[in-house]
Design a protein around this ligand. Structure first.
Ligand SMILES: NC(=O)c1ccc[n+]([C@@H]2O[C@H](COP(=O)([O-])OP(=O)(O)OC[C@H]3O[C@@H](n4cnc5c(N)ncnc54)[C@H](O)[C@@H]3O)[C@@H](O)[C@H]2O)c1
Length: 312
């Protein structure tokens, strides 16, 4: 049994990770500033004696005794990370520094939740970990993309210079229940619009592709990564199944029995044309490969949003 710190524990992915860690018998401390996360996501763990939730902003240092640190704190959707881009950059950089300082002091293992956004608008497809990316350093997404890139740099520098036991995973689009309904991400946008019978908006020609991983499968990869020895990563974690925005919209319309219309608007600046992980390394080193199909994962996600909208 380990003592585990999860930063961003009240968020979408963080809350599922806390569930898994508790199920595995660990003691969990979640910290969160509740910018995009909420206590509701952790209600099921509220009375568990092995679980504790602390309101804390990782831009500020923190002293705790733990064996493992999962560093997830950071808004993940463009609407939220662009709301206060300076704060996003601080969360990524100062947050990583604070957590690395803690890991160094405690001799704890630390896992950084990085992102496929470190590849920017990729010119190599699918993206292996060895690809350095094509990122705009001065664009609207840079606070997030470059913030995560620097967090990766800091992880590797602490590892080389101070022998901190670090792990880096690059997460590709993940979806599931507990996603924020207004976060502007494509899965939540499409489902909410379809359930409300409102038009589904597609940016650009709708032929841009994404791959979507169901949240419990991502959490499984994170847990496996944390347990590896002598492997820092970075390692891609995502589902290699690739869908265009039009294909996704059609699937959502069918599964919600919705008659919402599809409307096309201008493409978003710096919106990557294609994004699909090469997960050869994850298969080799983590013995991990997603098996949940998009339909299988969409079903509980649609149910979640349906309930949320009915309650509202
Ligand atoms: N969901 C995805 O598709 C995806 C893809 C790539 C990477 N990621 C990464 O995974 C992590 C979790 O993403 P998510 O989808 O759960 O997003 P989320 O927004 O639901 O969760 C992030 C959590 O971090 C908290 N937070 C933000 N800034 C903080 C700060 N300064 N101090 C303390 N807490 C703070 C938020 O309140 C929230 O609970 C993020 O680091 C994100 O970059 C997610």
């Amino acid at each position: 049994m380990k003592k585990v710190l999860v930063t961003g524990g009240a968020g979408f992915v963080g809350s599922f990770l806390c569930d898994r860690l508790i199920d595995e018998g660990h003691e969990v401390i979640a910290i969160d500033n509740f910018f995009t996360g909420s206590k509701t996501n952790l209600r099921q763990l509220e009375s568990n004696p092995n679980f504790e939730l602390i309101r804390h902003d990782i831009v500020e240092p923190l002293l705790l005794e733990v064996d493992w640190i999962f560093n997830l704190a950071c808004p993940a959707s463009p609407v939220h990370y662009q709301y206060n881009p300076i704060k996003t950059a601080k969360t990524n950089v100062m947050g990583a520094l604070n957590m690395l300082g803690l890991a160094k002091r405690l001799n704890a293992r630390i896992l950084q939740a990085s992102t496929s956004e470190v590849y920017g608008d990729p010119q190599v497809h699918p993206q292996p970990e060895s690809y350095f990316g094509n990122v705009n350093p001065v664009g609207l997404r840079s606070c997030y993309d470059e913030g995560k890139r620097l967090a990766e740099t800091l992880m590797m520098d602490y590892h080389r210079q101070s022998q901190v036991d670090v792990k880096i995973i690059r997460i590709f689009n993940t979806y599931g229940p507990r996603m924020h309904p207004d976060d502007g991400r494509v899965i939540s946008n499409f489902i909410v619009a379809a359930l409300k019978g409102e038009a589904i908006t597609i940016h650009g020609d709708g032929l841009q592709s994404r791959s979507f991983c169901y949240v419990t499968e991502l959490v499984d990869a994170m847990y496996r990564m944390m347990q590896t020895e002598d492997f820092t990563g970075p390692v891609n974690t995502g589902n290699p199944g690739e869908f265009t925005m039009i294909e996704l919209a059609e699937k959502v319309l069918k599964m919600t029995n919705s008659s919402s219309k599809l409307i096309k608007t201008a493409a978003r600046p710096d919106d990557p044309g294609r994004r699909r992980p090469d997960i050869t390394l994850a298969k080799e080193r983590l013995n991990w490969e997603p098996v949940i199909t998009l339909e299988e994962g969409l079903r509980p996600t649609i149910e979640y949003f349906d309930e949320l909208l009915k309650r509202a």
